[in-house]
Design a protein around this ligand. Structure first.
Ligand code: 3HC
Ligand code: NAI
Length: 708
C-alpha cells in the first residue's frame, strides 16, 4: 500500500512533455517528472514521456545530471497491468525506453517515495543511482501476478544484491522497507529532507564528482558475494510447499540462476523467454484477474463511492472464544482499542491468554517486537459487563452459533450501545435479518463474517441485511481496508458466499466415496488441484462431531455418523477418516477403508475407478453451479466477488482464478454437459449463459442484488 506521503512538485519552468510527464532543467539538473494517477504505472503515455525526457536530458547542454521523480502518492508502481491484455502498440516498448534511460551518459538518479514496484523498481535500476524517502518501499511483486520481473529485474538485482536475498525478494514478492533496501545495496541514499531537493542535490554532487557513472548491468558487487553452490537447489526444496502448483517461482529461480552464471545479455534473453512463457499462460491471466477482482469488490453499484463512512475509533467484541479473540486481535493489530466482553470469567481468561500467547509466538518468530506486543495488549480491555459497550462505535458479536442466544445478546446491545454505533454479527449461517429484528435499529445492523483464524485470514464477508443502511455498508467496506481485509459483500442466505459455496464440495466428496474412491484418494486429487488440504482431512481437523452429529438422534446411516459412534472424531481423538500419530501426521486408516467398502457394497452403486481429473470435476462442478445460483439469487454482486471470497477465505488456489474464472475458462457448455452427465441439474442461469455463448463474468456485472 502506498504509505500516505505525497510528492507535490511545482518547480519553475516545468514543461509538459505530454499529459502525464514533464521536464525541467535548473541549476545543471534535468528533472523528468511523471504525474499519472493513481500510481504512475508505466502505461503508453508514461513510456513516451520517459523516452522523450531522457533523450532530451542527454542532449540538453544545460543538464549535467538527471533526476527521475513522480508526483502524487508513489513512485512508479509497475507496468500498467491493464495494458497487459490491451497493449498500446503505438507507444515505445518498456525495454526500448529502459535502454535509453540506461544509456544516458550523465549521472541519473531515481527519487523514490511511496512504493517503487515491479517495472517501477526496474526503471529505477536503469538509473545509475536510487535515493528514497525513509518511508518508501521497493519491491518486485510480479510473482503475485504469476509473472517474473520482466524488465531486467531478475538480472540487475543480483548484480548489486546478494543472490539469496535477490531470489527471496522476487520469489515472495514482499516489498522491502527503504532502510533495509539501502543496507541490501538497492538504494544509494535515504533522504530525510524534501525528497526532490535532496535528489537534485545528490545528482548535482555526482555530476561534480566527474567520474563516469556505472550502469547496474556492469556492476558486480552482488555477484562477487559468496553464495553456496547449493543455493538454488536448497531454495527450491525449502519452499516446495509454498510454491507448489505455481509456475512463476520456478521461473524466477531459473532467471536468477541465469543472472549469476551467464553474461548480462544472455541472462536478459533467458529472462525474456521465461517472462514470455508466463505472460502467455493461464496462471498469470488468472492472477491478474484476481488483482482487479479484489479491487472491484469495493464497488457497490447502489452506493456512491463518496458515501461517508461512520467514524470507528473504538471497538467492542462480545464472546472471547476462537473467533472473538481472533477478531479482537485483528483490530488491535490495526491500532484500534478493543473492549472484549464475555459472560464467563473462565472463557474471558482463556481468550485473553490466547491473544497474549499468539502475540508471544509472533514475537518469538521475530514478526513483532516486545514493545509492539505490549502496545497491542495495552489497547485491549476486558469485561464481564455488557454495559462497557456503551461508548464503542462498533460492536461485533461472536457468541455461540445459536439464534435465541444471538437475539438475546443483540437485544442487550441495542439497549446499551450509543446511538449511531454499528452492531455487527459474526454469524456463519444464521439469518441476520432475524437478529436485526430484535433491535430498534435494524439499519445499524450488519454481518461481519470473519474466517478462522480471524487475525490471519484475509477475507471479510460483509453481510447486508434487508434493512442495513447504505452508510453502514460503506463503513464496513472502509473498515475492512483499515484492518487489511478483503471485503466481499453478500446478501443474507444460509452460509452467505464462501461457506455456501464449499458445502456442495463436501457433499460431493461424501457421495463420491460410495462410488469407489477412498477418502485419501479424494483428498489427494484436491491437493493436486492446489488445495492445501482435502475435504476429509478438513473434516478431521474441524472434528466430525462438530459438523452436526448428535449421539442421541443420529441414525448411523452415514460413514461420518458411524465414525463418530466409534469415537473417531478426528484429529483431537487421533482418529477420524485418517489415523494420526502423536505429531498429528495422518495415515490412511485400514478400519475406515473396511467401513467405506462395506458402505460401497450396500450402496447399490456400481464401483468404478476415478482419475484425479474426474474426482476434481465431481467435487468442483457442483461448486460452480452453486456460484451461479448465488448470482441468480442476487446474494453475490458478481462472479469475481465469489472468486475473491474463495481464494482469500478458503485457500482456493489463486492460480486457477477461483471457481467462476475456472468455469469460464473451461467454457460453460462443457460445464453444463459435465454437470448433467453426473446427474446434477445445472441452475437456470448457468444453462442460459451456456446456451447464449456467454460467461459467468458477463452476467449483469455489478447488478444490485434483488432481495433488498
Ligand atoms: N497497473 C495498473 N493499475 C494499477 C497498478 C498497475 N501496476 N497498480 C495499481 N493500480 C490501480 C488499481 O487497480 C487501483 O485502481 P482503482 O482505484 O481503479 O481500483 C488503483 O491503482 C489504486 O490501487 P490500490 O487500491 O491497490 O491502492 P493501494 O494504495 O492500496 O496500493 C499499490 C497501491 C501498492 C501500488 C498497489 O496497487 C499494488 O500493489 N499495485 C500493483 C503493483 C505491481 O504488481 N506491480 C508490478 C506490475 S507487473 C510489472 O511491473 C511487470 C514488469 O516486471 C515488466
Ligand atoms: P466459541 O465457542 O469458541 O466461542 C463463543 C464464546 O462466546 C464463548 O467463549 C462463550 O463463553 C461466549 N458467550 C456465549 N454467550 C455469551 C454472552 N451472552 N455474552 C458474552 N459471551 C458469550 O465459538 P466461535 O467458534 O468463536 O464462534 C463464535 C461465532 O463465530 C459463531 O457464531 C460462529 O458461527 C462464528 N464463526 C465461527 C467460525 C469458526 O471457524 N469457529 C468462523 C466464522 C464464524
Amino acid at each position: 500500500m502506498a504509505n500516505g506521503e505525497r510528492l507535490e512538485v511545482r518547480p519553475d519552468g516545468l514543461e509538459q512533455l505530454n499529459q502525464v510527464t514533464a521536464y525541467a532543467c535548473r541549476d545543471e539538473v534535468a528533472l523528468i517528472l511523471i504525474d499519472s494517477p493513481p500510481v504512475n504505472a508505466l502505461g503508453g503515455d508514461v513510456r513516451r514521456g520517459l523516452l522523450e525526457g531522457f533523450t532530451r536530458a542527454a542532449n540538453d547542454p544545460a543538464a549535467r545530471a538527471v533526476v527521475l521523480a513522480c508526483a502524487g502518492r508513489t513512485f512508479i508502481a509497475g507496468a500498467d497491468i491493464r495494458e497487459f491484455d490491451h497493449p498500446d502498440l503505438d507507444a515505445p516498448g518498456l525495454h526500448a525506453v529502459l535502454d535509453v534511460i540506461e544509456a544516458c551518459p550523465k549521472p541519473t538518479v531515481a527519487a523514490i517515495h511511496g512504493t517503487a514496484l515491479g517495472g517501477g523498481l526496474e526503471t529505477a535500476l536503469c538509473c545509475h543511482y536510487r535515493v528514497a524517502s525513509p518511508s518508501a518501499q521497493v519491491g518486485l511483486p510480479e510473482v503475485a501476478l504469476g509473472l517474473l520481473p520482466g524488465a531486467g529485474g531478475t538480472q540487475r538485482v543480483p548484480r548489486i544484491v546478494e543472490a539469496e536475498a535477490a531470489l527471496a525478494m522476487m520469489a515472495f514478492g514482499k516489498p522491502v522497507p527503504a532502510a533495509r533496501a539501502e543496507a541490501m545495496g538497492l538504494l544509494d541514499a535515504l533522504i530525510e529532507e524534501n525528497l526532490l531537493d535532496g535528489a537534485i542535490r545528490f545528482a548535482r554532487g555526482k555530476a561534480h564528482e566527474g567520474s563516469a557513472p556505472v550502469r547496474v548491468r556492469d556492476r558486480t558487487e552482488g555477484l562477487a558475494l559468496p553464495h553456496d553452490a547449493q543455493l538454488f537447489a536448497r531454495f527450491r526444496r525449502d519452499n516446495a510447499r509454498a510454491f507448489k502448483g505455481y509456475t512463476a517461482p520456478e521461473a524466477i529461480v531459473r532467471a536468477v540462476e541465469a543472472a549469476v552464471t551467464l553474461p548480462f545479455e544472455q541472462g536478459m534473453q533467458r529472462e525474456a523467454q521465461l517472462y514470455g512463457e508466463l505472460i502467455a499462460g493461464r496462471q498469470s491471466a488468472a492472477m491478474r484477474y484476481l488483482f482487479f477482482a479484489e479491487r472491484q469488490c469495493t464497488r457497490i453499484p447502489d452506493l456512491p463511492r463518496d458515501t461517508p463512512p461512520r467514524p470507528i475509533a473504538h471497538v467492542g467484541v462480545v464472546g472471547a472464544g476462537t473467533m472473538g479473540s481472533g477478531i479482537a486481535m485483528t483490530f488491535l493489530d490495526a491500532g484500534l482499542p478493543v473492549v472484549l466482553v464475555e459472560r464467563e470469567e473462565e472463557a474471558l481468561a482463556r481468550g485473553l491468554a490466547a491473544i497474549r500467547s499468539n502475540y508471544e509466538a509472533s514475537r518469538d518468530k521475530g514478526r513483532i517486537d516486545q514493545a509492539t506486543l505490549e502496545q497491542r495488549m495495552d489497547r485491549l480491555t476486558t469485561s464481564l459487563d455488557m454495559a462497557d459497550l456503551a461508548e464503542v462505535d462498533l460492536v461485533i458479536e461472536a457468541v455461540f452459533e445459536n439464534m435465541a442466544l444471538k437475539q438475546e445478546v443483540f437485544a442487550k446491545i441495542d439497549a446499551i450501545a450509543r446511538p449511531g454505533a454499528i452492531l455487527a454479527s459474526n454469524t456463519s449461517f444464521l439469518d441476520l435479518d432475524a437478529i436485526a429484528a430484535v433491535t430498534a435499529r435494524a439499519p445499524d445492523v450488519i454481518g461481519l463474517h470473519f474466517f478462522s483464524p480471524a487475525n490471519v485470514m484475509r477475507l471479510l464477508e460483509v453481510v447486508r441485511g434487508a434493512k442495513t443502511g447504505p452508510d453502514v455498508v460503506a463503513s464496513a467496506m472502509a473498515l475492512a481496508r483499515r484492518i487489511r481485509k478483503v471485503a466481499v459483500l453478500a446478501r443474507v442466505c444460509d452460509g452467505f458466499i464462501a461457506n455456501r459455496m464449499m458445502t456442495p464440495r463436501m457433499d460431493a466428496a461424501r457421495a463420491l466415496i460410495l462410488e469407489g474412491p477412498m477418502p485419501w484418494e479424494v483428498d489427494a486429487a484436491m491437493r493436486d488441484y492446489g488445495f492445501a488440504m482435502g475435504p476429509f482431512a478438513m473434516l478431521d481437523l474441524v472434528g466430525l462431531d462438530v459438523i452436526g452429529w448428535d449421539a442421541a438422534t443420529s441414525s448411523s446411516s452415514t460413514i461420518t455418523e458411524v465414525l463418530c459412534e466409534r469415537g473417531r472424531w478426528g484429529q483431537k481423538r487421533r482418529a477420524g477418516f485418517y489415523d494420526y500419530d502423536d505429531k498429528r501426521r495422518a495415515t490412511p486408516s485400514p478400519q475406515v477403508e473396511t467401513l467405506v467398502r462395506e458402505f460401497q457394497q450396500t450402496s447399490g452403486i456400481a464401483m468404478q475407478p476415478f482419475s484425479h481429473e474426474e474426482i476434481v470435476e465431481r467435487l468442483l462442478l457442483p461448486v460452480v453451479n452453486e456460484g451461479a445460483r448465488l448470482l441468480e439469487e442476487g446474494i453475490a454482486l458478481r462472479a469475481s466477488d465469489i472468486d475473491v471470497a474463495l481464494v482469500t477465505g478458503y485457500g482456493w488456489p489463486a492460480y486457477t482464478g477461483g471457481p467462476m474464472f475456472w468455469a469460464d475458462d473451461h467454457g460453460l457448455p462443457r460445464i453444463v454437459a459435465a454437470l448433467e452427465a453426473m446427474g446434477e441439474t445445472p441452475c437456470a442461469l448457468l444453462s442460459r449463459l451456456a446456451s447464449e455463448g456467454s460467461a459467468l463474468h458477463e452476467f449483469a456485472p455489478g447488478k444490485i442484488p434483488s432481495n433488498a
